[in-house]
Design a protein around this ligand. Structure first.
Ligand SMILES: Cc1cc2nc3c(=O)[nH]c(=O)nc-3n(C[C@H](O)[C@H](O)[C@H](O)COP(=O)(O)O)c2cc1C
Length: 323
């Protein structure tokens, strides 16, 4: 029998556990793994499956000022390469959210980032004011990128409109704010720069990619709303490109606004790619549907991936792409 291979003792650097903590502006997180809005319910639905204390944070489903019944069915279609959805921001409105969901969310041992979408400028500002200082609200994400409702992307496609909105929300609340951007624009870097200059604590990107599915025999669209947003691994290259472009433009302007990468993330390799591209944290969306425990698995795998780069912290990896 050949002698058992002997391995030299791992150097101290490799035995120490890497520091997973990250900061999104004024928001400090345990680690960079968050759940994406609309794919994790209001967390309660997941409580028997996920140990929330392991997560960096949770983004509940986007809330609007008034209740919305959402779009007519079908609302989701599985395509050959990704999930297409057009839910239409179905939710009970912000009053019901603060009354029924927030008291529960406030008890959870992780950061809760409340996602809001106004039908107009004033609604965004009013909702941000309403949430300001409420227990359990660690930060607010402005969903200026929903492709499935009228005016859902108005504030995410034009830099000047985005600046006006983020500036107004910034003035209305002391709570950290994230702006969530749509990829359905010509130059996402311009919008990222606008949000950063207007004072967003962090920028999340991307929301879903506008698409559609057709039943050619019936000559009908499959989604009740005709078009919807594509998500899942199919959009990861688009999301990586968006993070890269946003990171590069912010860096060139001397801005250090952190980015939160979203889009098709399902494995620790995906997470590492987004960190290298310039994201300080990531949100996991569609993958929760086929593996509700995916976020915990990513948190568990992250130290090993960092150690393989001899990185002692997340920050050592962020934006280290060699081009
Ligand atoms: C069924 C479904 C519902 C969604 N609802 C919301 C939402 O309410 N608010 C929001 O900001 N994003 C919403 N999203 C977009 C996700 O948060 C995420 O940005 C997008 O799906 C890309 O990430 P993924 O490829 O990991 O899913 C939704 C996505 C899906 C699939």
């Amino acid at each position: 029998m050949p002698p058992a291979p002997s391995f030299p003792a791992a150097p101290a650097l490799l035995t120490a556990e890497p520091d997973l903590r990250v900061s999104l502006g004024r928001l400090a997180l345990r680690n960079p793994i968050l759940t994406a809005s609309g794919t994790f319910g209001y967390a309660r639905e997941m409580e028997n499956l996920v140990d929330f204390s392991q997560l960096g944070g949770i983004l509940p489903k986007t809330v609007t000022k008034a209740p919305r019944i959402g779009n007519k069915p079908w609302r989701t279609v599985e395509t050959c390469a990704g999930l297409l959805n057009s839910i239409g921001l179905d939710n009970d409105g912000i009053d019901a959210f603060t009354l029924h969901h927030l008291p529960y969310l406030a008890t959870l041992p992780t950061a809760i980032i409340v996602s809001i979408a106004g039908a107009n400028h004033d609604e965004f500002v009013e909702m941000a004011k309403q949430l300001d200082g409420l227990p359990g609200v660690a930060a607010i994400e402005l969903n200026i990128s929903c492709p499935n409702v009228a005016h859902g992307v108005d504030f995410g496609v034009d830099a000047a409109t985005c600046v006006k909105l983020v500036t107004a929300v910034r003035a209305a609340t002391k709570t950290p704010i994230l702006a969530k951007l749509t990829p359905n624009v010509t130059r996402i870097a311009d919008i990222a720069l606008a949000a950063a200059e207007a004072g967003a604590d962090a920028i999340s990107l991307i929301n879903t990619v506008l698409g559609m599915a057709i039943d050619w025999k019936k000559r009908r669209p499959l989604l009740g709303n005709v078009m919807g947003g594509l998500s899942g691994p199919a959009i990861k290259p688009i999301a990586l490109r968006c993070v890269h472009q946003a990171y590069q433009v912010l860096k060139s302007k001397g801005l250090s606004t952190p980015l939160v990468g979203i889009g098709g993330i399902a494995t620790v390799d995906d997470v590492m790619e987004f960190l290298v591209a310039g994201a300080s944290a990531v949100q996991i969306g569609t993958a929760n549907y086929y593996d509700p425990t995916v976020t915990m698995k990513l948190v568990a795998a992250l130290p090993g991936a960092l150690k393989s780069l001899r990185a002692k912290s997340i920050g050592e990896v962020v934006g280290t792409l060699n081009t």
